[in-house]
Design a protein around this ligand. Structure first.
Ligand code: DX5
Ligand code: ZN
Length: 226
């Protein structure tokens, strides 16, 4: 997940799990695999865990971006980093000791990120922001694919950019929930540089085209930085 262009990270939460290998092949033109871990406590849904993460990592050349929607990320985050995740993100609403988590994820050789829910202010990131490789701004309440983008996310993205500038750091900014070609341009214009897309990619018959369409819209906004 290097470079400055906008990255597209399809969420396998919306894939056909009975054909997971073929589903991963179908998104080979993406930049990362977004892997949503849900424990049925932090969010009202259960998805998949560590063993399937290892299989996904082994079946694709793409970086594995693990989004932990779990009550106890202090235990889970280092475990996923040690299992081969390239990026591990933890919710600030759930983390007990976030500096320790970030240190342990880095020690395992992975990048570390923090996530804020739509109802959590950007200021909740201030104490940890300089240590982070990425911030994930949720644009839906987490738990399910296929929900609608919450428009107030755009103002939070601008606020996050301003906070990072004030603190002298420049983490990647990922946005997750309700992203498609129809809103990618405005989300990137507001400050996103990694776009998670679940249903808009996996519900499309032609995944490469769906990824290319989102990328093209993102590039229209990203041209400002060229
Ligand atoms: C939501 C997950 C998302 C989800 C996105 O809790 O964190 O990654 O899979 O799905 P779409 O793109 O369909 O909103
Ligand atoms: Zn996610």
């Amino acid at each position: 997940m290097e470079g400055h262009r906008v990255l597209i990270a399809p969420s396998v939460l919306s894939a056909d799990f009975l054909r997971l290998g073929e589903e991963l092949d179908s998104i080979a033109t993406a930049d990362a695999i977004h892997y949503d871990v849900m424990d049925g406590h932090f969010v009202p849904n259960v998805s998949f865990g560590l063993d399937i993460a290892k299989q996904v990592k082994g079946a694709s050349e793409l970086p594995l971006d693990v989004h932990l929607m779990v009550d106890n990320p202090d235990v889970a985050a280092p475990t996923y980093a040690q299992a081969g995740a390239d990026m591990v993100t933890v919710h600030v609403e759930a983390a007990r000791h976030i500096h320790r988590i970030v240190g342990q994820v880095h020690a395992a050789g992975a990048k570390a990120g923090a996530v804020i829910n739509p109802g959590t202010p950007v200021s909740a990131l201030e104490a940890i922001l300089p240590e982070l490789d990425m911030v994930l701004v949720m644009s839906v309440d987490p738990g399910f694919g296929g929900q609608s983008f919450i428009p107030t996310t755009l103002a939070k993205l601008r606020e996050l950019k301003a906070l990072a500038a004030r603190l002298g750091c420049s983490p990647r900014v990922e946005v997750d929930g309700g992203i498609s070609a129809s809103n990618a341009r405005e989300v990137v214009a507001a400050g996103a540089d990694v776009l998670v897309a679940g249903s808009s990619v996996f519900k499309a018959a032609d995944r490469a085209k769906a990824i290319a369409d989102i990328r093209a819209q993102a590039a229209l906004a990203d041209a400002r930085e060229a």
